[in-house]
Every structure is written in C-alpha cells, then in structure tokens.
Design a protein around this ligand. Sequence first.
Ligand code: HPA
Length: 286
Amino acid sequence: MLKKYRDMSGYLTRQELDTAMQFVRSKIDFPVQAGLVLGSGLGNFAESISDPVIIPFEQIPFFPKSTVPGHSGKFYAGFIQNTSVLAMQGRVHYYEGHHISKVGMGIRIMSELGIRQVILTNAAGSVNTEYKPGDYMIIADHLNLLGTHPLIGPNDESFGPRFVDQSHVYSQRLIGYARECAQSVSIQNLREGVYAAMSGPTYETPAEIRMLRTLGADAVGMSTVPEAIVARHCDMQVLGISLITNFGAGISTHDLHHSEVMDTANLKNSEFKQWLTSILSKIDEE
Ligand code: HPA
C-alpha cells in the first residue's frame, strides 16, 4: 500500500525533472510557442491539435500518478493553426494527495522545453453575486488559500529564485490579447476578477463562500494557483481563464454536483475553444 503511494511524498528534485525531460525531449523535438492547461470540460480542445505527439502522464518518469482509475492525463504537442502548443489534457490536483511541489511538474516540463507563456483554464464556482454560470472570468489576481504553497521546501536555484515577486502573476499583455479575442469571437459576459484556490475536494460551504467574498474573491476553484505560482518561478508569462460553471454554495438553493459543472462546461465548449484558438493565433502573430 505504502509502495503504491511512494511518489506522493517528497519534493520534486532537479534529478527527477532531468530524467523526465530526457524522456519528453525524445518525443518532442520542435520548438513550442505556448503551453496550455485544459480545465474540466475543455479537454477535447487537445483533439483539435494537428498531428499531435501524445504522451500519457504515466509514461513520464516521476510524473504524479493519477489517483482516478482510467483518467490519467496526457500531454498533446502539435499545432493549433500555425501556433505550436503543448497542452495538458487533464491536470494534477493537490486534493489527489500529491506532494504540492509535484502539482506544478507539468509547468516545469513546459519551461524546460523553452515555453515562455502558458494559458491556464479551469471551471470555477461564482463568489461575486453578479456572476452567473456561463460567464467567463479572466483571472486578474488570485488568493492562495490551499493551506500550502508549491514552492515550500528547499529551493533549487536552477528552478528559479527563492523569493518570487507576485505583484504581476497574470500577464497584462496576455490579458490584452484575451480581451481583444473575446470581442472578435463575440464572447458575452466577460469578467475580470480574483480567483481563490481552495484545496477541495469538497465544494465550499455557504459560510466559506461568504468568507471568500469578504476576502475579495470573485470565483473559486481547486486548481490553477499552484501552476501559476510555479510558472512565475520559472519566469513564464501566465494567462488564467475561468469558466463560471455554477453558483457558489448558498448563492443558489440547490446542492452542487459535478454534473452541473460538466453540463455548463459542455454547453460553452465550442465557444471557449474558438476563443482559445483566437488567442493562440495572436500569440503566433507577435
Ligand atoms: N467550487 C470549487 N471548485 C469548483 C466549483 C466550485 O463551486 N465549481 C467548479 N469547480
């Protein structure tokens, strides 16, 4: 039993990352312009990638093992129109029990491949009472309420500096592209706000949603923040986009089920994909 979970303890080391990279580089031998993490309900965007190189997470040495049988994630490397991308279909969550420093391993792999910008997407619940399911929120800033931090532990300077500025986690340049492209694909109800990361795996209580509102959050989820922090540690530019899939607990009267999250995500799937495609072409035009 203990053996099965042995990868769940311990910090990600340079040696582990180098071993993983040897494998990844043997599969991906072209320069990649942008990283992409596909949140709940958006995973099929990876299937729009032409001639993809597909690498299941479980084949990568030291990559955190999925705790959900049959649901291991995959990297897809290839092209969306003219932009080369490396997309993660599925991501690693802290609530699965992985060491927090391993939650950002996918981002470190992107950085080691020379990727300098990453788009992080997620499904989120509303905290701001003006938000409703189906709205999109460009992440302007975040609250790390995971109760831990992905950079805790010994700092390897080859990963990044010990102390990392967090004044501008989300890139104004990429936010500008996201705004422009939202107009060109006629996105309605575009918001910009603060994303709060809770560890999960439960959804919040109504009291927690009220607390988050008091703290200045507009939306809540269980991902993205560790990846954004690790990306800044690697000096990558970050764009974060939440799809509001449900009212936060207590805002609506009904109980929250994962199926509601997936239903909203599915409804918005094709629009979200158009928007992302448009942002990626903008990145290619630079
Ligand atoms: N809370 C936390 N995470 C979520 C939610 C939520 O309401 N919806 C989608 N992911």
